[in-house]
Design a protein around this ligand. Structure first.
Ligand SMILES: Cc1cc2nc3c(=O)[nH]c(=O)nc-3n(C[C@H](O)[C@H](O)[C@H](O)COP(=O)(O)OP(=O)(O)OC[C@H]3O[C@@H](n4cnc5c(N)ncnc54)[C@H](O)[C@@H]3O)c2cc1C
Length: 613
């Protein structure tokens, strides 16, 4: 009798698992990808897609899901659900869609606000396949120079220069050449990079299976026997680097892609993954970052969905049973309700839980528990500079520059963030320089004779807080003068590398954490929403920070699900789509990848045959 019960239970379990994994139609197919069409330069045509203003009559009938926020995470979940047959509505508070992927054009210069380079876009990579699917083949990427990053440590004559090149077999030996006494350390670090990349899907899986299971596997120690990745994700980057080498420059290079958290508070897995991300090449969207939203929204439209801007969501509607059933959108002085059985928030965990949920739900213990796992990330300050002259004339290149005043990142970040508001602008310890006009081959067509540069610095929100209640572009002289102190110091530092730009500067604008609040809806002007600290990447925290929430029918997407970055937030969107559809779309993608690889092999074989004939 017992045997029979166990057998029946096993059959039901196996059937259920099979149905969960394979029982639903894939939203993806080879056939949906078509060759890229001609680039659309007409701004009016682009605005019709990217700046479609909100009004109730544009909302599709019988919605299946509402997505709040149109960053890459929201676009990914929106397009995936749309292709799976769901009727979706994306709502954006800003006047153009794209979140960190939007660009802004002023005085003939075009600047990215949150995309400087993306990795892992080589042919048939998972990321490339996803972009092809959600843009139906319309997004094209420019591969940047093999030498994609330069790192300077020190200042003036005491500067050390290191270069990072991409290439499956080139990246590691190139670094070894620059650190001949530390080849073993580099070898070990690259092994960690490989393990991290190969096994990250284990961490993602923690978010997809019923919560009790990963918690059991982690608490019992079984997970650690299965893979080192669970322990690695909770390992401190500084501690790990200390075990590898005493060379402080090399230690810095293991964490050089800074994101506002000192290495002593960050995860070695994340820092290794960031470098691994660019191993097969660094890429930039042809036509600029706004191409991403432009093409993905067109896909959403094609499948009956809609993306509307100037649509700030003021509240997520929750019924008496504690289930989300729609949103309130502010339209002028009014608030309008839109209903749907699923609400997906891609505007960050803090906005979602602290601003958009009704107050009586916000205070619930399970919501507070989720919030307590995260804290707001640091703010950023961007200096946008436009020059009268081409990249070639001014010596600007597609390589990015990471500048550090010294090689002790832990100390310099601690010291810097502890500075007073007055002291901070004159003591910038590190910055990032990038030239969007040198990366996009079509920038010359869109903005002939011009070039531009963006400089990125991390800052404390508190340094700008006194102006938080002022209106954008009317924040007053004190604010302007204060942000210009950062800008002037950073720009002068950049001029030490590019002396020709100084006399050709014709445009400059500075974005602060207050700008991030206004245009990106980022709480406290955080650059990457929730901080990417060590606590967040403990395996148990990863398992608990899921797309489903304590509020039924409310889901989280984007960079707060797994990690920031275009790729990280896109995976947040895919994980969310898998949760909403109750179907792991990654399995569909893996099957598709296999098919594409087989097709490629056939094409190569045919080509070889033709050559022989
Ligand atoms: C300066 C900077 C440089 C970066 N450089 C790179 C890079 O080179 N490579 C890389 O891979 N990554 C980079 N990133 C990170 C990457 O851009 C982000 O991690 C990623 O794009 C976040 O996507 P998301 O969809 O999660 O959120 P977001 O893009 O932030 O989208 C959230 C959206 O929600 C909207 N919103 C907020 N509140 C509401 C509301 N109440 N109602 C309606 N809409 C709302 C916002 O306006 C916004 O459009 C950079 C980020 C920054 C800030």
């Amino acid at each position: 009798m017992w045997l029979l019960i166990v057998l029946v239970w096993l059959i039901i379990w196996a059937g259920g698992t099979y149905w969960y994994l394979f029982g639903k139609r894939s939203p993806f197919s080879i056939e949906s990808v078509r060759p890229p069409g001609p680039r659309v330069f007409d701004q009016k045509v682009r605005d019709k897609v990217l700046k479609q203003g909100f009004s109730l009559d544009k909302v599709p009938k019988d919605l299946d899901a509402i997505v709040i926020g149109t960053g890459i995470g929201g676009l990914t979940v929106g397009a995936t659900l749309a292709k799976a047959g769901k009727k979706v509505l994306l709502l954006e508070q800003h006047d153009q869609a794209g979140g960190c992927c939007h660009t802004y054009i002023e005085k003939g210069f075009e600047f990215d606000v949150g995309l400087h380079y993306i990795g892992q876009l080589h042919e048939n990579s998972l990321l490339r396949i996803v972009f092809d699917q959600i843009s139906e083949g319309q997004l094209e990427f420019q591969k940047l120079n093999q030498h994609f990053d330069t790192i300077y440590i020190g200042s003036d004559n005491e500067k050390h220069e290191y270069t990072i090149v991409s290439g499956k077999t080139e990246m590691e030996p190139h670094l070894m050449k620059q650190f001949p006494n530390d080849t073993e350390a580099i070898k070990t670090f690259f092994k960690i990079m490989k393990t991290s990349a190969k096994k990250t899907h284990y961490l993602a899986t923690l978010k997809l299976i019923p919560k009790w299971l990963p918690l059991f596997l982690l608490k019992s120690g079984i997970a650690n026997l299965m893979s080192p990745v669970f322990r690695l994700s909770g390992t401190c980057a500084t501690d790990f680097a200390n075990t590898l080498t005493r060379n402080k420059d090399l230690q810095l290079i293991f964490s050089y892609l800074f994101y506002g958290v000192p290495p002593k508070d960050s995860s070695i897995l994340i820092n290794a993954l960031l470098i691994q991300h660019y191993k097969r090449g660094a890429y930039y969207p042809k036509g600029g970052a706004s191409e991403i939203a432009f093409h993905i929204i067109r896909t959403i439209n094609k499948y009956g969905g809609q993306c509307l801007v100037r649509a700030p969501v003021s509240q997520i509607l929750v019924n008496g049973k504690g289930e989300a059933y729609g949103v309130k959108v502010t339209k002028g002085k009014e608030e309008v309700e839109i209903h749907a059985p699923v609400v997906i928030s891609n505007c960050g965990i803090f906005n979602t839980f602290q601003k958009l949920l009704p107050p009586e739900i916000q205070i619930k213990q399970d919501i507070q528990d989720r919030l307590n796992m995260m804290k707001n990330a640091r703010g950023s300050l961007l200096v946008f500079s436009g020059f009268d002259g081409t990249d070639e004339e001014l010596g600007l290149v597609s390589t990015n520059f990471w500048m550090f005043k010294n090689n002790d990142m832990d100390k310099s970040m601690d010291d810097y963030f502890a500075l007073s508001k007055e002291e901070a602008p004159d003591n910038i310890p590190m910055m990032f320089i990038t030239m969007p006009s040198s990366k996009d081959p079509e920038a010359k067509i869109r903005h002939p004779g011009k070039s531009c540069m963006t400089i990125l610095i991390m800052v404390n929100y508190e340094w700008f807080e006194e102006w938080k209640d002022t209106t954008v572009r009317k924040r007053g002289d004190d604010y302007f003068n204060y942000k210009m102190r950062f800008a002037n110091n950073a720009f002068n530092w950049a001029c030490t590398l590019f002396p020709k730009i100084k006399d050709k500067l014709v445009f400059q604008d500075v974005a602060t954490p207050l700008t991030n609040i206004h245009y990106l809806g980022a709480q406290r002007g955080s650059m990457y929403s929730a901080e990417h600290n060590l606590d967040r990447f403990q395996a148990e925290a990863i398992a608990r920070n899921r797309c489903d929430t304590p509020v039924k029918n409310l889901y989280i997407s984007g960079q707060d699900v797994f990690s920031c970055g275009i790729a990280g937030a896109l995976h947040g969107g895919l994980l969310c789509a898998s949760t909403v559809l109750n179907h792991i779309v990654y399995i569909d993608l893996l099957f598709l990848k296999k098919k594409l690889k087989r097709r490629k092999a056939r094409e190569l074989a045919q080509l070889a045959k033709k050559k022989q004939q």
